[in-house]
Design a protein around this ligand. Structure first.
Ligand code: WT7
Length: 643
């Protein structure tokens, strides 16, 4: 790693960065030497509390028990809106840019307040109370943010389900946390194509008897079915709602939201985040990691259905009183210049996107970028998967013209906020490295015997101590929380990722160590895709592995063993691919599918994915030890029949 290029810290003559390199080291030392003192100071600085907390932290990783600021009282919606009204009522809180480049909306903090209060009152009018779960299945329109903040205002727990998920996936998530209210839209639109959200919701709800209310935000004039008892036309309903709603007083440890993410078993995990620590952590990381300043226009291109959308489109930026851009569309519509045109149109100064988008736009050629100005840009960010050095260099040189630092931010749904990242004014940049830990974050690398490695090393990436943004539990299954994150290396939080640390103490994430794929920055459990496949009557058995993909980072490679009497054909292949998309959603669509009469198994019947991965990766020379295979001939056949 030492031969890697290092770019010195970029000094922007117009801005004094919040954190320079010395400050980083000094604050980092404080944050790990006396964490409670450090976090207490930050909690006063970043959050308005109705009542102070009783204890800063109380953490036991051996029992998976974590609490921050217990007894402290606050409201997230108050912190993201009301407290800014004094100075910023007329400032734009949300810039909305439609899928159609001719559509935009500007929502001031005062308007945001009124809209969120109306939404909160609408939920109350349909019986929603503190602690109730509300599912949100929405396109990227401002109402998705209103709905989230409205839940936070009345103490309801939201569970946002990505609009690209199928009815089946929506149903499982609604049932798992017993959501009784669903907020959706008639339809979404992305790249000029409608996404039938209400129709999907109707299908999902046919097996969710507890859902008594569906709030429908009509935004596309789509032709939809209507259930008089259950469905509410939100735009009509809100006309009778007051633009005032007193925020509920919440404990710092009251649940704020649930967000489902894939694990190594078939069932998605309901990651639970709570109120005080999460808000503090997202606000603080948003300010320091992006060096957010008062006059910035900030844009994160994620969808609200992922943690990045929660923490860095809505909660973090709004807690800091920022102007945050909400984008309905996709990077290549109407053309591959769209991102850069939106940056010019709204004078975006901080831009946060994913490596998969960067690689796709890089493939579209420099001209689509260079014909735009991008003068307003100051800081560039990346998130979701390791960014390969080629894509990093292109982002830095072509998009950023070597004048804007790139913050490559490593974190997870579970961590709530950014954990390892450069800070714009404080960290030299190494293309491909997420670099150094954020304040209070204490990573370590462990070997297979759970021994901490020193200096330059490669191992399992764990955290030695808690941080306020850490998830608190898996909804309805605390044991699974313990088993997943704290059992393999007792006393540590295990991220599931491997990493390397170089001689300068910079971290390089090497990727997941479990059976979880990262496809275009989205986490996909191989077991989930396998479960979907075996639901098809033609499939006896399926095994899913990842392989390197130029744009997506990882592609989905499926081996399918058919039922006796079934014949593999191109038609059946397409049918199975469509079947997976229908069961989970288009993001889970297999890229390659190979029929296999037999899968390589150990004598005890366990599928040897290590071998399948080598076949999928075209790396059969390094297939490794096959002596434990029940039938070694199976592998040769797979290689012969490879696509
Ligand atoms: C996994 C978490 C949290 C943001 C979106 C994804 C991978 C994320 C990076 C990065 C290398 C990264 C890890 C992690 N990942 N960011 N900058 N460099 N890997 O959230 O779906 O919870 O996935 O994404 O493997 O464990 P997620």
């Amino acid at each position: 790693m030492s031969e890697v290029k290092t770019y010195p810290i970029i000094n922007n003559p117009q801005y004094e960065p919040h954190i320079d390199e010395d400050t980083y080291h000094r604050m980092y030392q404080q944050s790990v030497l006396d964490p409670d003192k450090f976090w207490s100071r930050m909690a006063h600085q970043f959050v308005d509390w109705f009542e102070p907390w009783e204890e800063v932290s109380n953490v036991d990783f051996n029992k998976a028990e974590i609490s921050w600021f217990k007894g402290g009282k606050l409201n997230v919606s108050y912190n993201c809106i009301d407290r800014h009204l004094k100075d910023k009522a007329e400032q734009t809180a949300i810039i909305w840019e439609g899928d159609n480049p001719e559509q935009q909306r500007y929502i001031s903090y005062q308007e945001l307040h009124d809209e969120v209060c109306r939404f909160a009152n609408a939920l109350k009018a349909r019986g929603v109370k503190k602690g109730d779960r509300v599912c949100i299945y929405m396109p990227m329109i401002p109402e998705v943010g209103y709905a989230m903040l409205a839940c936070a205002r009345i103490g309801a727990v939201h569970s946002v389900v990505f609009g690209g998920f199928s009815p089946e996936a929506l149903k499982t998530r609604i049932l798992d946390s017993d959501c009784q209210v669903l907020i959706t839209a008639d339809a979404g639109v992305r790249g000029g194509k409608q996404v039938p959200l209400k129709a999907n919701a109707d299908e999902a709800l046919s097996s969710c008897p507890n859902v008594h209310t569906v709030m429908v935000v009509k935004s596309q004039n789509a032709d939809i079915a209507w259930n008089e008892q259950r469905d509410v036309d939100y735009n009509e309903f809100k006309k009778d709602m007051e633009a005032e709603c007193t925020p509920e007083v919440m404990d710092a440890e009251d649940p704020l939201f649930i967000l489902y993410t894939s694990g190594s078993t078939g069932k998605p995990k309901g990651v639970l985040h709570t109120t005080g620590g999460y808000l503090l952590y997202t606000a603080m990381t948003h300010k320091y990691v992006f060096d957010y300043q008062d006059d910035d226009i900030y844009w994160c291109t994620a969808d609200a259905g992922w943690i990045t959308g929660h923490s860095y489109i809505f909660y973090g930026p709004l807690a800091n009183g920022a102007t945050t851009l909400v984008f309905e569309g996709v990077p290549n519509y109407p053309s591959t210049s769209r991102f850069w045109e939106v940056i010019d149109k709204h004078n975006v100064s901080i831009f946060y996107t994913a490596p998969t988008a960067i690689r796709a736009l890089m493939a579209a050629g420099d001209e689509a970028v260079t014909k735009t100005s991008r003068q307003s840009l100051r800081v560039l960010g990346s998130v979701g998967e390791p960014i390969n050095p080629e894509a990093w260099e292109w982002y830095f040189n072509v998009v950023g013209e070597q004048r804007r630092p790139i913050v490559d931010t490593w974190w997870q749904t579970e961590t709530g906020g950014i954990m390892i990242s450069p800070l714009p004014g404080a960290t030299p940049l190494k293309p491909g490295s997420a670099s150094r830990p954020f304040f209070g974050v204490q990573p370590a690398l462990l070997d297979v015997d759970a021994k901490e490695l020193d200096g330059a090393a490669n191992g399992s990436l764990v955290m030695k101590h808690s941080w306020p943004g850490q998830m608190r539990s898996i909804w309805g299954d605390h044991q699974r929380f313990y088993d997943t994150y704290f059992s393999q290396f007792p006393g540590y939080y295990f991220s599931g990722d491997g990493a390397e640390r170089d001689a300068d103490g910079f971290y390089w994430i090497t990727g997941r160590m479990d059976d979880v794929l990262n496809v275009s920055g989205h986490r996909m459990g191989t077991a989930e895709i396998e479960s979907a496949l075996v639901l098809h009557p033609a499939v006896a058995e399926a095994a899913v592995v990842g392989y390197p993909h130029d744009i997506k980072g990882q592609g989905i490679y499926v081996f399918v063993n058919l039922m006796q009497g079934q014949q593999g054909s191109e038609e059946l292949k397409s049918e199975l691919v469509a079947h997976v998309a229908k069961e989970i959603g288009p993001i889970a669509k297999p890229d390659k599918l190979q029929f296999a009469d037999d899968l390589p198994k150990t004598r005890s019947g366990k599928i040897m994915r290590r071998i399948l991965r080598k076949v999928a990766e075209d790396d059969v020379e390094n297939i490794g030890d096959t002596s434990t295979l029940a039938e070694p001939a199976v592998v040769a056949k797979l290689i012969r029949e490879k696509l």
